[in-house]
Ligand binder design. Structure first.
Ligand code: ZN
Length: 632
């Protein structure tokens, strides 16, 4: 079922562009528009802008731009209709489908993704019921309680239990009418044995998307054989790299504090939330990835890493520091076990050293966990500590080893100045000469296979639409671009200025795009009504510009605020200027023709008579005079 064009138009007029984009990028209001760090390329200073009226975005850094719908498509990797449906849901606009019918019509042809989400929602509910209410779930519930997890957290995270009976899940779901085909695509069953569930006799952790919808599971083995933790495979609705455990619940606090706590395991995250560190998330059974860092960068400036105190955890923490820094996030290391040792030296003596946040919650309770985890140090100080414990910095070899250990950190600096400062810090810390250390670093940077090359990581060309040669501005182009972004003026504009008065090819292309759109798509063409003041720029209009550089020109001029004056005045002034230029051009042509005819002294057949030409020149003089008077 196709979504009706009129419905999309209405959505584009009603949606709150800033609210939609703010779910992905932190935005700040400055001089009438909204600015943020571009999600499509690496940057420190915001060059990404959103215009709430025209519902457009544009990045001055990488020239990426378009409508808010384009933005959501790109960020969430959605098709056009999927993005429209998502934005409509968030904006509370009911979509109308062709042939009539509202949301009900949507249900008549729901997407597979919706089916899968429905399936996950149902099964998460069943698992939760089994944990909380059935005798079989008792052991699992006891385990969770013994870890010090409160009933409130069990509810909030919708913890569940997958029963031991391996035939139950398939029987249950096919009994509810789910097709074998959908179940095979669900990621809940073995690929080779389609009726055999991945999870049985496990404590279940639902994994949710940003909107709180369950899209996958992690399962912890309680007894018997098998991997301790098992995670859902990727499916049509679940991409590990683009999801983080507990992100939906953590987002409000991440947004508010611009800080996120990154832990290693599900139990740690739950422990942290119970300790009121509600901005805690974890990767999903894999190492922390670049795309997860980019995801966090949308809302956070700083990541506090809370990894396990053992070697594996601490090594993972070093890697996570680099991933964060490469993506422009400041990093701090939380070392709760150590903080605890200081806090609680006496009580601690009897117990084994706690390995992670979940252990601290279990043995010392949420208050102490909160206190210990809030105690963080700078990533550099943490790395230096690690270097000191790994290398004997009194020896030359130890210094060289420590330098090599710290170089990747310096390499993640996103400017030459920052990098030089990092290198100085390293030199001072290990007690090496600054120049010697720089020479070593240059060698290291050259040799580092596959590493970020020295001086080459500032731009980051990710997602740059081939911009082509930049368009040089002129008043015709400027006028057409102004009308383009104020497309509601076009019906009037086309009556004021016929296209043949234009010279610039780019301006003509914009004129044609507008005219074709107006004839084919524009609502006012059918109904004679103008779209409202805050009409978003229709995507189908923007898409009619064939040239990428021309498209970028329009978006860039607009993002610069070039058209921020009264659009009606802007248009009237522009039209006058173009007409004036066109008249002057014609005047010159006539003058040349008059001269030629006088010089030749003969009448050439087919040529206009002198009288004619003179009459036209007089008329042009009049017109120009009128135009100038109007302009004054
Ligand atoms: Zn950009």
């Amino acid at each position: 079922m196709r979504i009706a064009e009129a419905s999309i138009r209405e959505l584009n007029n009603r949606l709150d562009a800033v609210a939609v984009v703010a779910e992905y990028v932190k935005l700040e209001k400055r001089s009438g528009r909204y600015w943020g760090a571009c999600p499509f390329h690496h940057e420190k200073t915001p060059s990404f802008t959103v215009d709430p009226d025209r519902k457009l975005f544009y990045c001055f850094g990488c020239n990426k731009g378009g409508t808010v719908i384009d933005f959501v498509m790109e960020m969430d990797k959605l098709s056009y209709p999927e993005a429209v449906v998502l934005i409509a849901k968030k904006s509370g606009v009911e979509l109308i489908y062709e042939g009539g019918g509202g949301e009900r019509a949507e249900r008549a042809g729901p997407s597979r993704k919706d089916d899968l989400k429905g399936l996950y929602k149902r099964i998460a509910g069943s698992f939760h019921y089994m944990l909380m209410e059935t005798a079989e779930g008792d052991a699992a519930k006891r385990y969770v309680r013994d870890r010090g997890v409160s009933p409130a957290m069990m509810e909030r995270f919708r913890l569940g239990y997958a029963p031991r009976d391996r035939s139950w899940l398939y029987r249950f779901l096919s009994g509810k009418g789910y097709s074998a085909e959908l179940l095979a695509a669900s990621g809940l069953f073995s690929r080779n044995y389609p009726q055999s569930p991945l999870f049985s006799s496990r404590l279940m952790f639902p994994v949710t998307d940003r909107n709180g919808e369950v899209i996958a599971f992690g399962g912890r083995l309680l007894d018997g054989e098998g991997a301790k933790y098992l995670n859902s495979p990727e499916t049509e609705i679940y991409r590990k790299g683009e999801t983080l455990f507990a992100l939906d619940g953590a987002l409000p606090e991440i947004r508010a504090s611009k800080t996120v706590y990154l832990a290693e395991g599900y139990m740690d995250v739950i422990a942290l939330h119970q300790a009121e560190v509600t901005n805690a998330v974890a990767p999903l059974g894999t190492a922390f990835t670049e795309s997860q860092a980019k995801l966090l960068k949308r809302w956070a400036d700083t990541v506090c890493l809370v990894f396990d105190a053992d070697d594996a955890g601490q090594n993972a923490m070093v890697k996570a520091i680099l991933v964060c820094r490469k993506n422009g996030l400041a990093v701090r290391a939380a070392l709760p076990s150590r903080a605890l040792a200081r806090e609680n030296a006496a009580g601690f003596a009897g117990n084994a050293a706690p390995k992670d946040s979940a252990d601290i919650l279990k043995n010392f309770g949420p208050d102490l966990l909160k206190k210990c985890v809030k105690n963080t140090i700078l990533d550099f100080d943490y790395l230096v500590e690690r270097a000191r414990s790994g290398y004997n910095m009194a020896s030359p070899e130890g210094k060289a080893g420590a330098a090599l250990f710290l170089f990747p950190w310096a390499e993640t600096a996103n400017s030459d100045i920052a990098r030089e400062a990092c290198l100085d810090q390293i030199a001072d810390v290990i007690g090496a000469g600054r120049e010697d250390l720089r020479a070593d670093f240059r060698r290291y940077a050259r040799d580092a296979a596959g590493g970020v090359r020295y001086g080459d990581n500032a731009g980051g060309a990710a997602g740059n639409v081939g911009a082509g040669r930049p368009v040089e501005t002129n008043y015709e182009l400027f006028l057409l671009a102004a009308v383009f972004v104020n497309h509601r003026l076009y019906a009037k504009f086309r009556s004021l200025l016929p296209m043949d008065e234009l010279e610039d090819p780019g301006a003509k292309e914009l004129y044609i795009a507008l005219e074709e759109w107006w004839r084919n798509d524009a609502a006012e063409a059918e109904t004679g009504t103008e779209p409202p003041e805050s009409a978003g720029l229709p995507r189908e209009l923007l898409d009619r510009i064939g040239s990428v550089s021309l498209r970028n020109y329009v978006l860039e001029q607009h993002a610069r605020g070039a058209f921020s004056g009264n659009p009606g005045t802007l248009m009237a002034d522009g039209v006058r200027k173009v007409r004036e230029a066109s008249l002057v051009r014609r005047q010159k042509e006539i003058v040349i023709e008059l001269r030629t005819q006088r010089g030749e002294g003969v009448m050439v057949p087919g040529r206009r008579s002198l009288a004619d030409l003179l009459a036209e020149k007089l008329h042009l003089d009049e017109e120009l005079k009128k135009l100038k008077e109007k302009g004054a």
